[in-house]
Structure formats: structure tokens, C-alpha cells
Design a protein around this ligand. Structure first.
Ligand SMILES: C[S@@+](CC[C@H](N)C(=O)[O-])C[C@H]1O[C@@H](n2cnc3c(N)ncnc32)[C@H](O)[C@@H]1O
Ligand code: SF4
Ligand code: SF4
Length: 372
């Protein structure tokens, strides 16, 4: 059995309220996945880019406060020129820092040499949504991708990320087999409610409600039979402390599957009550630095939680980091509105149709998501 502690899944034991810190290094991407939007995780931030030196100063401040794992995302990070310098810089902070890189792995000639040269304390997370070509995502399993990932696996642990939607959930069993054969872990993500979506035609501002309600799947409700069929057992509930949505982890003794299902609740701070999106789907999830130097919380765009770090003195940067960590320390796990909406919907549908709630899909008719 592999040691799960070395796989970036477990909180590192230090008394810090967050298991990792995220850099969204660019909003640029060469793909347009239907569920993503312009800027992706760097969405909504414009202006001059923060320098690499300042990024590493901020990483150092998080390290001093017990955070050892640094996630790099985008857009597509392999498009961003200083990527390798950032990785090397994080590794140079201390001998126990770790880098987790999210990528679509579409640029193997850029990606693979970086992995080979920086393999120690590095994991790769690659998004794959489809086994067969389809209009809703370019992230399809191909022989070229397989070669890239098998090459990467010679040097670093590889995990696949799949956004589970109505359109691709039937391909999940095949993807699980493939992960097992290739020794890749798997993370299943439910669809989060973006401010806009590219949609299948690759253009922004499709009907957000319609797209989300048509495609959203409460993963844990639908997963148990597949897990059993494929020989995966529930291992533990990985609760990151004060951080995001708790993740149940399943294993077959060889690989791990973690499941991010936002219907099970997430973390909020009391100050969230002043936000127009309270209680949003993701909650307080990952302190993150945008490419323009805004320190903020994951998908959250609540201004009082943000600090503009670019150009600040070290002392003021440290204050920004402390403010962020205090915020996370004070969060509480509670249900999101989504949980209530789905519960109410299931109960009503079950009564109307004489079905047990857990056997009923909430997607048989349209439902307004304005309350989210
Ligand atoms: C924004 S991407 C950036 C890194 C890289 N381009 C990639 O696709 O892996 C990071 C992760 O966010 C996921 N993601 C993007 N939009 C999402 C959404 N609306 N709901 C759930 N996951 C989403 C992607 O599938 C991917 O696994
Ligand atoms: S999810 Fe798709 S569109 Fe969004 S950044 Fe990743 S590869 Fe690009
Ligand atoms: S968007 Fe931010 S402030 Fe608003 S509820 Fe979500 S986590 Fe809290």
C-alpha cells in the first residue's frame, strides 16, 4: 500500500489552518472547456503582473507559518514562461516544500523536461474529462496524452482530475480502470457554479443556470455502485481542517480516489454573511495569489477578504498573509445553499413521483438556481 502522506492528500501535521497555498500564475489557456471561463482560476483579475521575486517572498511567508505545499494552476501554467523558475524557487525555500502542478498536459515538450528536472517534491495533476471525443471538453484521453502521462509517471506521482457532469459520467468506470492500470490517483470534482461558462460552443455567457442545472451531478449520490463494482472501499473522510469541502477518499489498495462533492457542505466565516453570494458552493477554499498579486480566497471575490500584495513592504505582505490565515482559522463547516436546494428538490420530487429520494435525479426538469 502506498503511503498516502506523501501524495499531497494529507495535511502536513503543522498547526497551520490551510494545507496548501495556490498560485494562479496566468489566465491564459490554449483550451476552452465547456465548464471553464476566461481566466479560469485567475478569473476577474486584470493589471500588471506581480514579479517572480514577490511571488517567492509570499511563498516564504506562508512557509514560515507552516504551509509547505504550493499548488500552481491557471489558465494553463505550462504557457507561463517563468514556470520552472517558480518551481525551483519554491523548492529552494526549504528542503521540505512541495509543488503540486495542475495542467492539461497538452504541451508535453514544455511539461516533461520541467518534471524531469524538478521531480523531487513534485506531483502532477492532469485534467481528463473524456475517454472519447465530445464537444464539451478538449480534455480527452488520447494515446498522445497516455504517452505523456506514462513518461511523467516515471518521475513523479500523477493524479487525474475529472469534472463529473451529466454528459461524461458514463465514462467514469473506464477512467477508473485506466487510472488503476497506470497507477494514477483520481480526483472527482463536481461542477462549480461559475460566473460564466464557455459552454459547448466555446463562447462565454451561455445561460449559466441552464448549463449548471443540466450538467451538475451530486457525485456521492451516484457513485456508490460504481465504487463497489470496481472494488473501491471508503477509506476516510479527509477533512482539511478549516478548508473547503471535506473530501471522502476511496481506495482499492493500489490507487486513491478523492471526491469533491459540494452538496456535503463547506467552510464559511461569519464575515461571509456580508457577501451577496453567501452561502456559495465552494466556501473558503485555498488562499490564492492571482497573477496580478491579489491575495484572495479561491473562487471567492469578496473584497474584504482580498489584499493587494504587489509592491507592499515585507512587513505589510506579512500582515496580508496573517489576515488570510486568521480568516481560515475562524471558519466553520456548514451546509451551502446548494445542499438545501437539492434536498428540497429531492424531497418534493420524491413525493410527486413516489420515488425514494436517493433514487431520484434532480435533473429531470429545470430548476432555478438564482438562489445560489
Ligand atoms: C482551472 S484548471 C487550471 C489548470 C489546467 N488548465 C487544467 O485544466 O488542469 C484547474 C482545475 O479546475 C477544474 N475546473 C475548471 N472549471 C471548473 C468548474 N466549473 N467546476 C469544477 N471544476 C472546474 C478543471 O477541470 C481543472 O481540473
Ligand atoms: S479547465 Fe480547461 S479551459 Fe480551464 S484552464 Fe484548464 S484546460 Fe484551460
Ligand atoms: S463568495 Fe466568499 S465571502 Fe461569499 S460566501 Fe463564498 S466564501 Fe464567503
Amino acid at each position: 500500500m502506498k503511503d498516502i502522506k506523501n501524495r499531497g492528500l494529507v495535511f502536513n501535521g503543522k498547526p497551520t489552518p490551510v494545507p496548501y497555498f495556490t498560485f494562479a500564475v496566468t489566465g491564459v489557456c490554449n483550451y476552452k472547456c465547456s465548464y471553464c471561463c476566461i481566466g479560469a482560476e485567475n478569473h476577474g483579475f486584470e493589471g500588471e503582473e506581480i514579479s517572480l521575486d514577490e511571488m517567492l517572498e509570499i511563498a516564504g511567508l506562508f512557509y514560515e507559518r507552516g504551509v509547505k505545499v504550493f499548488r500552481i494552476t491557471g489558465g494553463e501554467p505550462t504557457i507561463w514562461k517563468p514556470l520552472e523558475d517558480l518551481i525551483k524557487g519554491i523548492h529552494a525555500i526549504a528542503p521540505d516544500t512541495q509543488v503540486n502542478l495542475n495542467s492539461n498536459a497538452s504541451l508535453p515538450r514544455k511539461l516533461l523536461p520541467i518534471i524531469e528536472r524538478n521531480a523531487e517534491r513534485f506531483t502532477l495533476r492532469v485534467s481528463v474529462d473524456r475517454m472519447t471525443p465530445a464537444p464539451d471538453t478538449p480534455k480527452v484521453w488520447t494515446s498522445r496524452l497516455q504517452e505523456t502521462l506514462q513518461e511523467a509517471r516515471k518521475f513523479v506521482p500523477v493524479r487525474l482530475n475529472m469534472v463529473v457532469m451529466r454528459s461524461n459520467m458514463h465514462e467514469l468506470p473506464q477512467l477508473m480502470d485506466l487510472c488503476n492500470e497506470n497507477d494514477f490517483d483520481l480526483k472527482l470534482l463536481d461542477l462549480y457554479y461559475n460566473r460564466d461558462f464557455f459552454g459547448e460552443d466555446g463562447k462565454t455567457m451561455v445561460d449559466i443556470n441552464q448549463f449548471w442545472w443540466q450538467q451538475f451531478v451530486p457525485i456521492l449520490d451516484t457513485l456508490s455502485s460504481v465504487m463497489e463494482e470496481k472494488g473501491f472501499e471508503f477509506m476516510n473522510q479527509y477533512d482539511h481542517g478549516n478548508f473547503g469541502i471535506p473530501l471522502p477518499i476511496f481506495t482499492n489498495g493500489k490507487i486513491y480516489i478523492s471526491v469533491k462533492d459540494s452538496t456535503r457542505g463547506t467552510h464559511f466565516h461569519d464575515a461571509c454573511k456580508g457577501c451577496s453570494e453567501y452561502r456559495c458552493q465552494e466556501g473558503l477554499y485555498s488562499p490564492m495569489l492571482s497573477s496580478t498579486g491579489t491575495l484572495h480566497v479561491g473562487e471567492c471575490r469578496f473584497k474584504p477578504y482580498m489584499t493587494e500584495m504587489r509592491g507592499l513592504s515585507m512587513e505589510d505582505k506579512a500582515k496580508g498573509v496573517d489576515k488570510m490565515l486568521t480568516l481560515f482559522k475562524e471558519t466553520k463547516l456548514s451546509q451551502s445553499k446548494l445542499s438545501e436546494i437539492l434536498e428540497a428538490y429531492r424531497a418534493e420530487a420524491a413525493v410527486q413521483q413516489g420515488l425514494a429520494p436517493e433514487t431520484h435525479s434532480p435533473f429531470n426538469r429545470s430548476y432555478k438556481a438564482e438562489h445560489l
